[in-house]
Design a protein around this ligand. Structure first.
Ligand SMILES: Nc1ncnc2c1ncn2[C@@H]1O[C@H](COP(=O)(O)OP(=O)(O)OP(=O)(O)O)[C@@H](O)[C@H]1O
Ligand SMILES: [Mg+2]
Length: 247
């Protein structure tokens, strides 16, 4: 089992969009994939048409008495399962803070269900919290979706330092550009500066597109309703690049 998390302290940058499409593409490529919606907003659960509900008490999940495995649901897409969100996840950081080894507690919860999957994809909430410290510790790879502008790149650098400070082990954080519009001078310049030149940036990126925007009204991964669009190819290539990194 490999764990890939989509994380950024910034909101609205594409964490959910990446998590859903990359989980879907990985499942299409034959990987048994579990998407864990760790955000109380429940956006991935909504897109994958799953009721946001974790069975039993969240406090018992944190203490190890309630396995999250009981909350796993199949989606309507082959090889793709989900642990849905729950609005109680808003309390997760404070519950973790009551435990010993609060920054690695969720690694233990994951061991109880993760072995049945090739890949666990985590959709994270936009925060730098005790939950985020756990994400740094249980992930094999963290992808940070970044919109091409200097403030977003600056935030990515802040997250690299955050991960370095809280990690028990060395976890790789890589940026992936999203919402790219090559007609914009700034986007062109930043792509030129970072792609293929800075190894902390993935080579594939995702364009801004109306097909992607429609995911939230179609409530389906992009390739399920727009199999031939250039955005679908972008996600498919990005998934290939990411899977190679955790192989
Ligand atoms: N490449 C793209 N092209 C067009 N729309 C996009 C693209 N990426 C994301 N969006 C849209 O932008 C909005 C925010 O995306 P998303 O929900 O994936 O961000 P997020 O980082 O998960 O947000 P949050 O921090 O609230 O969880 C959504 O409406 C989504 O459909
Ligand atoms: Mg989200």
């Amino acid at each position: 089992m490999k764990v890939i998390s989509f994380y950024n302290i910034k909101g609205g940058v594409g964490k959910t969009t990446f998590a859903v499409n990359i989980a879907y593409e990985a499942a299409r490529a034959g990987q048994r994939t579990l998407l864990w919606d760790l955000d109380p907003q429940g956006s991935s659960s909504y897109i994958l048409r799953t009721k946001p509900h974790i069975k039993g008490e969240l406090s018992q999940v944190v203490s190890g008495k309630n396995s999250l495995g009981k909350s796993i649901k199949e989606t309507q897409w082959p090889l793709l399962d989900i642990i849905p969100s729950d609005f109680d996840l808003r309390h997760l950081s404070s519950l973790l803070e009551e435990e010993k080894r609060q920054s690695s507690r969720l690694s233990k919860s994951m061991k109880a269900f993760g072995h049945e999957y090739d890949l666990v994809i985590v959709d994270c909430p936009p925060e730098a919290s005790t939950v985020s410290e756990n994400v740094v510790n249980f992930s094999d790879l963290i992808i940070v979706p970044v919109i091409p502008n200097p403030l977003s790149i600056n935030t990515f650098e802040t997250l690299l330092r955050f991960a370095g400070e809280v990690a028990d082990k060395k976890t790789r954080l890589l940026a992936a550009f999203n919402l790219v519009d090559r007609r914009k001078q700034l986007h062109k310049q930043l792509l030129e500066k970072y792609l293929s030149k800075d190894p902390k940036f993935l080579k594939n990126y995702v364009p801004a597109s109306s097909a992607i925007e429609q995911m939230t009204s179609n409530r389906a991964p992009l390739a399920a309703y727009s199999s031939r669009s250039s955005s679908t190819s972008a996600f498919s290539e990005l998934t290939g690049e990411i899977l190679t990194l955790v192989r």
